[in-house]
Design a protein around this ligand. Structure first.
Ligand code: PMP
Length: 388
């Protein structure tokens, strides 16, 4: 048996040898194209190789790559990216700390909340996914995934999502509550507006910082730039990643200047990063954000959701959960779902499942997907369901 020098943690990798990606299509070494229904995962919101993004990367690469650890030099694309992102955020979320990934952004957010409040306890939710590093794994709400990796962060407890009673557990010892507005890896479970409002109220009452992890939901995926917008509820700290860099590695934790300030003294350099806010990632993130706003893609998201819901009618589909182009098609059975995924890929459509919900398939295509492509993808999915 030969071993690849690349570490693998997936028991059954998809294994496609990808040679090119364009729009909603991935092409493998044999020249076969696949419709990408997962955007790898929830990243390529503008489609693969959007010309404005590749041009921005090319242009930045012509000037410089890495120059200095985050926060020391003035790097034009970093500044422009932060200014542009801040212009779309509420007045209390105007200070952006760029990171390389979602996990890292979660780490920064947790540290920030502890330092600002002087408290140590953190509450999170069952079935939440926040990343694979120690802190992010601590707030992740799945015991199986943590097996063998303890001890993790102390004083972390998990509440029941959408259960109003659990909010009573937030008290004046609680530094932060971290929540996904729509839980992704739980299989796309949307927070109830009343629940989120009660959570906001209780956090305000107790001086607890409310952290929204919008790694999967932000940048237009649910029809608005941020999923918190229609709730009219603003977090104290916002975590972004995935689509933020337009296909390049980029995350961020965002707060008010007053809150963020605690990282800069006692001790100074309370959070540092060699590559956070890399010039190439910020160039791509800026081009991505500009194109997202000018191409009117978000306005069409709800209509595209309705197309998926209308086409995906089958007696073996139990439910379609979610919002916009963040959907879970519930099949109710793991091995059936596995066969459907395999058959879909064989039929030219890439989909997968959710970390904590392996009975449902993921629909998270690039937002640029057309009606015709939605219809084609749904035909393949229905065929896969029918024959599996
Ligand atoms: N938070 C959420 C909500 C996520 O979905 C993910 C990734 N699936 C992360 C954090 C972790 O991001 P990364 O893999 O970039 O560390």
């Amino acid at each position: 048996m030969t071993h690849s020098p690349l570490a693998a943690t997936s028991p059954k990798p998809i294994g496609l040898d990808i040679r090119e990606a364009n729009g909603v299509y991935l092409t493998d070494a044999s020249g076969r194209s696949y419709i990408d229904l997962i955007s790898g995962i929830a990243v390529s919101n503008l489609g693969h190789r959007h010309p404005a993004i590749t041009e921005a990367i090319r242009s930045q690469a012509g000037d410089y790559l890495h120059a200095m650890v985050y926060g020391e030099y003035v790097l034009k694309n970093q500044t422009a990216f932060a200014q542009q992102l801040a212009s779309h955020l509420p007045p209390t979320l105007q200070c952006i700390y760029p990171t390389n990934s979602g996990s890292e952004a979660v780490e920064g957010a947790l540290k920030l909340a502890k330092k600002y409040t002087g408290r140590t306890s953190i509450l999170a939710f069952q079935n939440a996914y926040h990343g694979s590093t120690h802190g992010a794994l601590s707030v992740t709400g799945n015991d199986q995934l943590k097996q063998g990796y303890g001890p993790l962060l102390p004083e972390v407890h998990h509440l029941v999502f959408n259960e109003p009673l659990s909010i009573q557990l937030i008290n004046r010892q609680t530094a932060a509550v971290i929540i996904e507005v729509i839980q992704g890896e739980a299989g796309v479970v949307t927070a109830e507006p009343d629940f989120l409002q009660a959570l906001r109220n209780r956090c305000t009452e107790t001086g607890t910082l409310l952290i929204f992890d919008e790694s999967q939901t932000a940048m237009g995926r649910t029809g608005t730039l941020f999923a918190f917008e229609p709730y009219n509820i603003i977090p104290d700290i916002l975590v972004l990643s995935k689509a933020l860099g337009g296909g390049m590695p980029l995350g961020a934790f965002i707060a008010s200047h007053e809150i963020m300030n605690v990282l800069s003294h006692n001790p100074a350099l309370g959070h540092i990063s060699t590559f956070g806010g890399h010039p190439l990632s910020c160039a791509a993130g800026l081009a991505h954000l500009n194109a997202l706003m000018t191409e009117n893609l978000m306005q069409a998201v709800e209509q595209k959701e309705q197309l998926f819901r209308a086409y995906l009618q089958h007696s073996k589909i139990r439910e379609i959960r979610g919002k916009g182009l963040m959907l879970a098609v519930e099949l109710g059975d793991t091995s059936f779902r596995e066969r459907v995924c395999d058959a879909a890929i064989a039929g030219g459509v890439i989909t997968d499942w959710f970390l904590f919900c392996d009975t449902a398939i993921r629909i998270a295509p690039p937002l640029v997907i057309t009606e015709n492509e939605i219809r084609k993808a749904c035909d393949v999915l229905l065929q896969a369901i029918e024959t599996s």
